[in-house]
Design a binder for this molecule. Structure first.
Ligand code: MRU
Length: 364
């Protein structure tokens, strides 16, 4: 995406794979700062601290971490232990484990420089195919936006939760990709952006859309139900961190409540994600998908911009307050109108069967 006349991606390498660059998402939308890292440990820290975040981007960063590890590890034991640490950096987004497995499989049986080169190639391929998948996802969802526009003859009002834009991927995004493609086709839209407490990923979405010139309005997380009730939402689109084979979807906490409201109000509720987000080994999601719980300080403190223009943290709840910081929730398949992937749109129905065929070679 182009920001301030500069093309940037969720993560990229500009020195032949010695290091990778990425925007520090803990500083956005207040400040655009590009980090550069060249070790597996530094990338693990970036994933854990959410300097890089969003399921496909976590996968890509994990792939680069695995590639760096392949040139760092001196023994097989070091390699295996390091791969495990990368895969476990965050628990919910299945793209991370998927990407680490892919890099490890690609370089298996090799050693030294050959192993490092093959691992780097695998990481680059993961990044390139993410862009292609997102463009395809965007095409499918833009067709839905266009249909609504042709029917109503006014801007299409779309609600989204969290950030599933280019910042959460290599480029274009998953949920937001359809909006970017629709914009290219000249379809007018108005987007409701949930704040997404406690980490406020909605601010990233609002920043992305504003930079792209798509009209958008930030709303408090709990306002979406009212807007749907009042007929002010035509479509809901969200991303996903893991999708079970029956179509149950793990996404940022608050997604489930939006899906319930959408069902009650008859608003179509879509999920956009690449096939790498589908965990074909998991029959259902509500009981099985591991849900990350993060530090209490994300709830007790919020980040903002201080008088000097610096990013500062402000305490909003007591140090003694009991806190549980659940980062994701699971939306049952029955509440989802369609899952938009690079392979097409699938309606999961009652969630009593696989919502799409498993690609050859995936474990049931
Ligand atoms: O905790 P995060 O910010 O890494 O959460 C991931 C997300 O951004 C969302 O859940 C998103 O909707 C899916 S990732 C495209």
């Amino acid at each position: 995406m182009k920001v301030n006349n500069q093309w940037i991606r969720g993560i990229w390498s500009d020195d032949g794979g010695k290091t990778v660059c990425f925007p520090d998402q803990t500083k956005l939308p207040f400040r655009l700062e590009i980090c550069r890292e060249g070790t597996s440990d530094a990338l693990i820290r970036a994933i854990k601290s959410m300097q890089v975040r969003g399921a496909p981007l976590i996968g890509a960063a994990g792939a680069w971490a695995a590639a760096f590890l392949c040139r760092e590890a001196e023994t097989e034991e070091e390699l295996q232990e390091g791969l495990k640490r990368i895969a476990e950096a965050r628990p919910t987004a299945v793209n991370l484990q998927w990407a680490v497995r892919r890099v490890a499989a690609a370089s298996e049986g090799l050693s030294g420089a050959a192993r490092a080169a093959r691992a780097q190639k695998a990481a680059e391929e993961i990044c390139e195919s993410d862009i292609e998948s997102n463009r395809a996802i965007g095409g499918y969802f833009a067709a839905i936006i266009e249909e609504v526009y042709r029917k109503n003859g006014r801007p299409v009002r779309i609600l989204t939760h969290c950030n599933a834009g280019w910042l959460a991927t290599i480029d274009y995004g998953t949920a937001l990709s359809g909006l970017y493609v629709a914009q290219e086709k000249g379809i007018p839209m108005e987007v409701w952006v949930d704040e997404t407490r406690p980490r406020m990923q909605g601010l990233l979405t609002e920043w992305e859309l504003r930079e792209a010139g798509i009209p958008c309005t930030l709303i408090a997380d709990n306002a979406g139900g009212y807007l749907m009730q009042q007929g002010e939402v035509d479509l809901v689109i969200v991303g996903a961190d893991r999708i079970a084979s029956n179509g149950d979807v793990a996404n940022k906490v608050g997604t489930y409540l939006k899906a319930l409201a959408a069902k009650d109000c008859g608003v179509p509720f879509y999920v956009a994600a690449p096939v790498s987000t589908v965990d074909f080994s998991m029959a259902e999601g509500v009981k099985s998908i591991p849900v990350e719980e993060r530090s209490r300080s994300e709830v007790t403190d919020i980040s903002g911009i201080g008088p000097d223009g610096d990013v500062i943290r402000v305490q909003v709840a007591g140090r003694e307050t009991a806190v549980r910081n659940i980062a994701f929730d699971i939306t049952p398949a029955r509440l989802i109108t369609g899952i938009v992937t690079e392979k097409g749109i699938f309606a999961p129905g009652a969630g009593d069967r696989p919502f799409m065929p498993a690609p050859a070679g995936t474990r049931p």
